[in-house]
Ligand binder design. Sequence first.
Ligand code: FES
Length: 234
Amino acid sequence: MASLSTASRALARSAALRLTPATAARAISTSPVVRDASSSSFESPFKGESKSSKIPDFSKYMSKGSGSSNQLISYFLVGTMGAISAAGAKSTIQEFLKNMAASADVLAMAKVEVDLAAIPEGKNVIIKWRGKPVFIRHRTAGEIDEANQVNIASLRDPQADEDRVKKPEWLVMLGVCTHLGCVPIGEAGEYGGWFCPCHGSHYDISGRIRKGPAPLNLEIPAYDFPEEDKLIIG
Ligand code: FES
């Protein structure tokens, strides 16, 4: 009898060892766990406060007017603030641009006025404009003819004389060699115009490059004749 009970205990132990995790979990879930709510350690931080907290009375701040009048006031305030902000921004930008603009002395240097009546025919005058020399040549009728008789196709920088002048008798150009920036000499060179001694560039009576290393014709600045004997450069 004793050996029978020993065998049944061994059988029960081995069955318990063969339980799969799922079976074991099911076995656990079938045994209800009873928790005592009164034994919980959680304490609400607001416990008891609801009785002591008082909501302030905001009724005195509430508008007495109708909804549409409130909207009107809101729109008025927003519009006024927008207008003031726009005026402030405009004035700030205006002041900034005024400060950035060229001063009167700089503007005066930007344009140069020349009295052409003082330049006799066949003569050169050099003036300074924006720190650079400007050649003004009062050309003779013979020089104008000479400039127009050149075969444009043969030029290194092809340009007709009429495209370089506003009035044929007045040739206005920057006195800066287009090679490396020297100032050419007037009434010199093989073409009766200007000669740059730095590296030997020859310009004709229209200021076009004819010989030497310079790649381009002498540059024509912006200019105008506001009156008969007046030239404005710039
Ligand atoms: S700078 Fe005039 S030829 Fe070189």
